[in-house]
Design a protein. Structure first.
Length: 501
């Protein structure tokens, strides 16, 4: 496979710097005007830290950037020199300059590691974006499953594509959402993670390029890393604007990835909801590039603001399922303890995936599949989602209020749904805050876990999983953690204490 290096052209860098300057540099650098080269160096550094420009991306030649920004070449040269000194740029004479993160920066090497539930008494666990079961529906679903179980006891119980009744029920739900679907287009998996694992086994083996949103869901990034895939990060658009389509088009065209993995609905971690037009355009661009688009809709039922219209699913723009593979799950809509997920794709893709899962988990437990079938074929599913939404909305509002009281300088854009808030930690290192929080009894995942290459050091992810009292205590502990980090009390030599100068 030929080597591919991402590069940022001068006009693109100028555009990114323009929006970055408007949003960040001015507010965070204070009132005194910095010299032009310093502002430029800070702008590029922030773009790297925020994942807007990937690490190891080739920057434009000094002369080209100077022309695009209408500044002198000396200014660009001085900015590049400053970035080299700070470890954010590496240059080789005659071959150009690449972005970097300073030696010792925390690089993502793990997914999420939430605490086991039994540890909840001593530590507030904000590491896991999953809710308790929406009773009484869990108990009812299992009672319903028990009634349906006897005929299955006479089989060997091994259904690699899932129980026919559940495949039918899931297909019917897509059909009811306006995307006609046959049961042959559905495979039941062991959670969404089981679905993504089977897809990776089939498509994203060693050395394959996989384009991913930057940031993205930490466990899927880690799964792909371990499968040996080469992740190509594509920055999300600012705030909750969804995808940066020009950036996607460039990566699809230049890197020609085998597969792309996206979370269109209440993206984890940012909460962004990709608008319908972006969905149509991304499907078209992926199809044109020959890239298989994996759309993870695990969060799609968690719309929290009723005045917002849900766009059509990504697979609406490829109903046959040959260009778009959809991944779904009962984990956020109902309960993660069930471990039921699914894939929707063309029947031949489904057949390939069934073969790909055979060596991992063979099939998914029959009893849990019957419970989800019961939910989907009664009003249990919709009733549970209504409970889920009400709880999550209350949790979100409680978290926002507590953050406002204890950490007023932490910044975020409030999403219309999902389970996560992507928070800038006021210029402090998110990794340091996570470390300090651990000692103070609150666990949060730091930003770099959601990145590919060491970006997002100035972020943590907070979930909408706890009610008022716990949110208040968690925010108080995080504020204490932030104070410790700001004062240097937790300083270890290798990680900088602050990230925004
Ligand atoms: C986008 C996304 N995909 C997949 C998962 C994991 O889902 P499951 O529990 O069904 O494996 C999560 C859980 O947070 C998620 O946010």
């Amino acid at each position: 496979m030929t080597q591919w290096t991402s590069s940022v052209g001068a006009p693109q860098l100028a555009r990114l710097l323009g929006s970055q300057h408007a949003r960040d540099t001015v507010t965070s650098l204070g009132a005194r005007r910095a010299p032009a080269y310093r502002s430029l160096a800070d702008g590029i550094r922030l773009l790297v830290l925020e994942g807007r420009v990937p690490v190891a991306a080739r920057l434009p030649a000094e002369r080209e950037l100077a022309a695009a920004l209408a500044v002198s070449r000396t200014t660009v040269a001085a900015a590049y020199e400053a970035l080299r000194g700070e470890g954010f740029l590496e240059s080789r004479r005659g071959s150009g300059s690449w972005t970097a993160v300073p030696a010792g920066s925390p690089l993502p090497s793990r997914g999420l590691d939430p605490l086991p539930p039994e540890a909840a008494a001593s530590v507030i666990d904000l590491g896991c974006a999953a809710l308790t079961a929406p009773e009484p529906w869990l108990s009812r679903a299992f009672q319903g499953a028990l009634e349906e179980l006897p005929p299955y006891a006479h089989t060997h119980g091994d259904y690699p594509a899932g129980l026919p009744v559940l495949r039918q029920a899931i297909a019917d739900r897509y059909t009811a959402r306006g995307i006609p679907t046959m049961p042959e287009q559905i495979m039941v998996t062991t959670g969404a993670m089981g679905a993504v694992a089977a897809i990776c086994r089939m498509m994203a083996g060693r050395g394959e390029r996989v384009a991913v949103e930057s940031p993205s869901y930490a466990n899927v990034l880690q799964l792909m890393r371990e499968a040996g895939a080469r992740l190509v990060p594509v920055a999300m658009a600012d705030g909750l604007a969804g995808w940066d389509l020009p950036a996607w088009r460039q990566v699809l065209r230049d890197a020609a990835p085998r597969m792309a993995y996206v979370i269109a609905d209440f993206h984890n971690p940012t909460g962004a909801l990709a608008p319908e037009e972006q969905r149509r355009e991304l499907v078209e661009a992926a199809r044109a590039a020959g890239t298989l688009l994996v759309a993870d809709e695990t969060m799609s039922d968690l719309l929290l603001d009723p005045d917002v219209d849900m766009p059509r699913p990504v697979c609406a723009f490829d109903p046959a399922g040959s260009a778009v593979i959809t991944v779904g799950s009962a984990s956020k809509s109902f309960w993660a303890g069930l471990r039921i997920g699914w894939v929707r794709a063309a029947p031949d893709v489904i057949r390939g995936l069934i073969a790909a899962r055979a060596y991992a988990d063979l099939a998914t437990p029959v009893f849990d599949q019957l419970a989800v079938t019961w939910l989907l074929t009664t009003d249990g599913w919709d009733e549970s989602i209504a409970i889920r939404r009400a709880t999550t909305r209350a949790n979100r509002d409680a978290l926002l209020a507590s953050l406002g009281r204890h950490l007023p300088d932490w910044e975020f854009t409030v999403p219309h749904g999902g389970l996560t808030l992507w928070v800038r930690t006021g210029g402090l290192s998110g990794s340091r805050i996570a470390e300090a929080g651990e000692r103070l009894g609150v666990r949060v995942p730091s930003g770099p876990r959601f990145g590919v290459d060491g970006a997002f050091e100035g972020y943590v992810r907070l979930p909408f999983t706890v009610g008022e009292a716990v949110a208040e205590e968690a925010a108080a502990r995080l504020a204490e953690a932030a104070r410790l980090v700001a004062s240097g009390a937790t300083a270890a030599l290798e990680t900088p204490r602050t990230y925004v100068a």
